[in-house]
Design a protein around this ligand. Structure first.
Ligand SMILES: O=C(O)CCC(=O)C(=O)O
Length: 291
């Protein structure tokens, strides 16, 4: 894995997202490619698995407007899976062993780092659904600014098969409601206001889309508004998102937040995140700590 530059770090803090071309070397690319096979996708045991495409169709049948213009024609699945790292050694190793954690701590300006787990986003060829623009913060049970996602494509990505887009500077926006991903409709129980209709008015926002290849990464801040295009191509799009927490993050059980997978069995509001679920994996005084 290569080092990141001061210019890239400054870009992250100014814009809330930074594209890091060729971050991973061929060895890491091969290990991730092997981890995320059809066999893994076929076996949901122990994983928090959400079938966004099927959920969207069910909600559409009840009258909810979707972002895909013709979801009935979808020929592929759109899944998200959380906490693969406890079962897949390659995922744990990329997320928790040197050099990724120290690199990300350096990027965020943090003296310690907790691993906040990861998710795999599988947009199969023809899955059509956009990922609605959203911030991650309203899905997470925490407060603070030093939380980021390292999003990495495992297949080549462009505008036709799930390219990620980021609203520059939106990490300084207020927090908005979490949505159901295939629609801008807020998740039931949300207390924050809905994001504006960004998909319908893209020219009004400073959005940057990044075509990307295996080995590249895009790091975004927990409040940066981001989303991805649908997959209208004949190529699958697999992506792995690693999440990390720095010095200023504290546990906070958020009313209306959807992801129980981001809740801890032991932490109470105001705690540092150190726990079995979100292990401390690196500090500048101790170095790496094996979870
Ligand atoms: O891969 C996608 O379409 C969405 C990813 C995402 O929202 C995230 O990693 O936070």
């Amino acid at each position: 894995m290569r080092e990141i530059t001061d210019t890239e770090i400054a870009h992250y803090h100014e814009h809330g997202a930074v594209y890091l071309p060729e971050l991973l070397d061929q060895d890491w690319i091969a290990r991730m490619d092997t981890a995320f096979t059809e066999e893994m996708f076929a076996d949901p045991a122990g994983l928090n698995h959400i079938d966004i495409g099927a959920n969207a169709s069910a909600m559409n049948a009840q009258g909810m407007t979707l972002l895909a213009s013709n979801p009935d024609l979808a020929t592929g699945r759109f899944w998200v899976r959380t906490f693969n790292w406890s079962r897949f050694e390659a995922v744990r190793s990329l997320g928790c062993d040197a050099p990724m954690p120290e690199t990300i701590a350096h990027l965020m300006g943090s003296s310690r780092l907790n691993f906040y787990g990861e998710q795999v986003f599988f947009k199969e060829a023809g899955s059509l659904h956009r990922t609605a623009f959203h911030q991650d913060a309203p899905y997470f049970h925490l407060t603070g600014e030093q939380c980021c996602t390292v999003w990495m494509p495992l297949d080549e990505v462009d505008g036709d098969n799930g390219m990620m887009g980021y609203v520059r500077g939106s990490h300084r926006w207020d927090m908005h409601a979490a949505n159901v991903f295939a629609s801008q409709t807020p998740i039931p129980g949300s207390v924050e206001k809905q994001l504006p209709d960004i998909e319908g008015n893209e020219d009004d926002y400073d959005i940057v889309y990044y075509p990307a290849r295996p080995g590249d990464a895009i790091v975004h801040h927990v409040k940066t508004v981001h989303g991805s295009t649908g997959n209208t191509a004949s190529r699958d799009r697999r992506a792995l998102a690693l999440r990390y927490l720095g010095d200023d993050i504290r546990y906070f059980e958020r009313e209306g937040a959807a992801y129980d997978s981001q809740k801890s069995a032991t932490l109470v509001n105001g705690d540092l995140m150190d726990s079995a679920e979100f292990p401390l994996i690196w500090t500048d005084s101790q170095g790496y700590i094996t979870p």
